[in-house]
Design a protein around this ligand. Structure first.
Ligand code: AMP
Length: 187
């Protein structure tokens, strides 16, 4: 099963994707985590993206396409992909379709966790204390939210037309969201 978790930063995509990884025996594909690893390992990509990441700006589609390609073409991960925070632009979404087609895969479910700005600010401030992420400053959070809303609108329009697209209220408690997701995938 391949699943996309879609929604603004702080919507709970990471939490739900960890649940889905366990439940489906899948692999979490978080471009945010992959990019943070590049920075931590001080790779060439890491050096290019560090400023944009810290400013809450989107990383270039070309870089995202490059880091995601190996995962989609990895036979061990075929039909076990839980996408968290990817795709985030129309170019990425279309590129994903091509790569899935090339590997005889499809997306089974797209879950859009929809949350308002105030809830997100509160959640991310909490996460900042727990995870100490350098991009979790309030100004950065707001910039990430605005960037998200602007850049992902076309992606939302693209996916919302599909029959396997489901919108879920991301302001609900974690286990309530999990239960809603379960009602769709437990069939
Ligand atoms: P996340 O952990 O998903 O909240 O992502 C943290 C940051 O990584 C974002 O604010 C962006 O700077 C960058 N990022 C993560 N995923 C993507 C993506 N698919 N496209 C562009 N930038 C991304």
């Amino acid at each position: 099963m391949n699943i996309i978790l879609f929604g603004p930063p702080g919507a709970g995509k990471g939490t739900q994707s960890k649940y889905l990884v366990k439940k489906t025996n899948g692999f979490q594909v978080s471009t945010g985590d992959l990019l943070r690893d590049e920075i931590k390992n001080e790779t060439e990509i890491g050096k290019i993206i560090i400023n944009d990441m810290n400013d809450g700006k989107f990383v270039d589609d070309e870089i995202i396409n490059k880091i995601i390609k190996n995962i989609i073409f990895d036979p061990k991960k075929t039909n076990k992909l839980i996408f968290d925070g990817y795709p985030r632009s129309l170019t990425q979404a279309k590129n994903l379709d091509i790569m899935l087609n090339d590997t005889n895969q499809k997306i089974d479910f797209i879950f859009f966790l929809n949350v308002d700005k105030n809830t997100i600010v509160k959640r991310i401030e909490k996460r900042k204390i727990i995870e100490n992420r350098s991009d979790d400053e309030l100004n950065t959070i707001l910039r990430r939210y605005e960037t998200y809303m602007k850049t992902t609108k076309p992606v939302l329009e693209f996916y919302s037309k599909k029959a396997n697209f489901h919108e879920i209220d991301g302001a609900l408690e974690i286990d309530q969201i999990t239960r809603k997701i379960d009602t769709f995938i437990n069939v």
